[in-house]
Each structure stands twice: as C-alpha cells, then as structure tokens.
Design a protein. Structure first.
Length: 128
C-alpha cells in the first residue's frame, strides 16, 4: 500500500484560486493605468486651454479703451495645431465693473473646448 500524504505541489483547486487572484490583480492594475492616462490627458487639455486663455487675455488688454461705453464682446475661433483640443471657441468681454470708477476695466476671456464642452476662464483688471 502507498502513502499519498507526502505529495508536494498545488492541487487543481489551489491553482485555480491563484489564477483568479492573479487575474483580479492584473485587471485592477489595468484600470488604474487607464485612469491615470485619462486624467493626464484631461489635465494636459485644461493646461493648453488655460495657456490659450492667458494668451488672448494679453491680446485683449491692448483693445480695452473705454470700458463703460459700451461693453465689448469678442468671439473668436482658435485654429488648434494640437490634437488635445477640439472645437475651441474663445470669447472675451471687456466691461466696466464699477460705474463709480470708469477708468477700471475688467477683461475676461473664456475658452470652450472639446465635446462635452469644458471651459476655462481667465480675468484681469486694468486701469486705463
């Protein structure tokens, strides 16, 4: 008679459980990687839109003459050379935020991009 108590190695059930655990770790690692890549892309797009808004803010600073008569709204379409942004529209508003101080202008630039639409707004005050 043979004694089977001294066998070493995995049983089929232990191997199957180990494979399921390994598969779960691989899937969670892939999901984590995908989330990091997606969030990184969104951050790059937002940074690019913020840079565009700042660039146009500097351009429209020179166009602010007399903000109280009447408010100036400028719409522009940005031709993107970068594939992280699509359907970019830019609107700038030059207003007189405080009627008691007519020499103070508020310049606000809003960049809308991508679908679904996301937006970034930059603003500054200048004293004319």
């Amino acid at each position: 008679m043979m004694n089977n108590k001294n066998k070493s190695g995995f049983t089929a059930v232990e191997l199957l459980i180990t494979l399921f655990i390994a598969a779960a770790f691989l899937m969670s690692g892939y999901q984590l990687y995908s989330m990091i890549i997606r969030d990184g892309g969104e951050a790059r797009a937002r940074a690019k839109a913020n840079n565009i808004a700042y660039e146009y803010l500097q351009i429209y600073k020179a166009k602010a003459k007399n903000p109280c008569d009447p408010p100036l709204t400028i719409d522009d379409v940005y031709q993107s050379t970068n594939d992280t942004l699509s359907d970019v529209t830019i609107s700038a508003t030059i207003t007189c935020p405080y009627p008691d101080t007519p020499s103070l202008s508020k310049i606000s630039v809003t960049v809308k991009y991508n679908k679904p639409v996301e937006e970034v707004t930059n603003a500054t005050y200048i004293n004319l």
